[in-house]
Design a protein around this ligand. Structure first.
Ligand SMILES: C[S@@+](CC[C@H](N)C(=O)[O-])C[C@H]1O[C@@H](n2cnc3c(N)ncnc32)[C@H](O)[C@@H]1O
Length: 283
């Protein structure tokens, strides 16, 4: 095999940003040779065999076309877990870890029987990150998309926590039993307005549209989720929802109108207000 197919030559000839090229090449090395990422440096004179070379070229051209890295390598790190991801689910975002942190902080003071709900679970990101960190909790994860639930269930199995997470399919709260109540409700619903041009740009073009937008103003799913919280929360229970960087005021107003108390806003690591939480007071 010629030197032109060595890792070093292929990486330096690639038109991809170097960090993307290295992630994709590390994936090829893992798949075809079971080699760790460090082989990118330690074995950079190694030439790829024909099958590995075909996969590299395929991944490189798909990335050049804009396909998200996470779909190309089939995984994404989130909080303290790694999730399998495929085009039927949203790629979990770092800012959503804020919801996980809020949920974990809240259940710390609660007993073994505490119940957590993740509405619109996608890959299972929020529900599984919480179940992974807090083994005593009962966690329920819902989604309207059967495809997303399949991915979430697969992730629960890969993480060996399938027995501790309940999955239910349906439109927001209607996926649940009529009398089910929770101590914490978390949700990262679709909140991009249908007219937002970001939907036609970058990675978003490849993600499921029903995970991104409510096909309306951006606030309609948040309204349904917040309005239904009082009947689904135990007394003193907490709801926390993710929203767009410019939706904080509107979401706080929706929480006030729903009669929630102790309403708080939360900032992500970039300093954007991306989560609002509120509490149910009374029975
Ligand atoms: C923004 S994605 C969030 C996925 C995941 N929770 C995360 O943070 O990575 C929104 C999710 O809500 C789901 N969804 C959209 N409309 C829904 C509805 N009416 N009822 C239940 N789930 C819905 C989508 O299928 C999608 O998985």
């Amino acid at each position: 095999m010629s030197a032109e197919f060595s890792l070093r030559s292929l990486l330096s000839a690639s038109l991809l940003p170097p960090s993307d090229a290295r992630i994709l090449m590390a994936h090829v090395l893992e798949q075809h040779y079971q080699l760790p990422r460090s082989a990118l440096l330690s074995r950079n004179e190694m030439a790829l065999n024909p099958q590995a070379l075909t996969q590299w070229k395929n991944l490189e051209s798909r990335r050049m076309n804009g396909e998200p890295i996470a779909y190309l390598v089939g995984k994404r790190g989130f909080h303290n877990i790694e999730l399998y991801v495929a085009p039927g689910v949203l790629i979990p975002r770092p800012e959503t870890e804020l919801l996980v942190e809020i949920g974990l902080r809240e259940v710390e003071g609660l007993g073994e029987a505490a119940k957590v709900l993740d509405l619109g679970t996608g890959s299972g990101a929020i529900a599984l990150a919480i179940a992974h960190e807090a083994p005593h909790l009962a966690v329920t994860a819902t989604d309207q998309s059967p495809e997303a639930l399949e991915v979430a269930k697969k992730n629960a199995e890969l993480l060996n926590i399938a027995s501790r997470v309940q999955f239910a399919q349906g439109n927001w709260y209607s996926a649940l039993q009529p009398d089910e109540r929770f101590d914490v409700i978390l949700s990262n619903p679709p909140y991009i307005a249908s007219q937002d041009e970001r939907l036609t740009q970058g990675d978003l073009r490849f993600e499921p549209i029903s995970a991104l937008t409510d096909h309306a103003s951006g606030l309609t799913c948040l309204e349904v989720i917040i309005a239904g919280a009082a009947t689904r929360l135990n007394s003193n229970g907490l709801i926390a929802v993710e929203h767009g960087f410019d939706q904080s005021e509107a979401v706080v107003a929706i929480m006030k109108a729903a009669g929630l108390a102790d309403i708080q806003t939360h900032q992500d690591l970039a300093g954007h207000t991306r989560v609002a939480s509120g509490r149910k007071i009374g029975l």
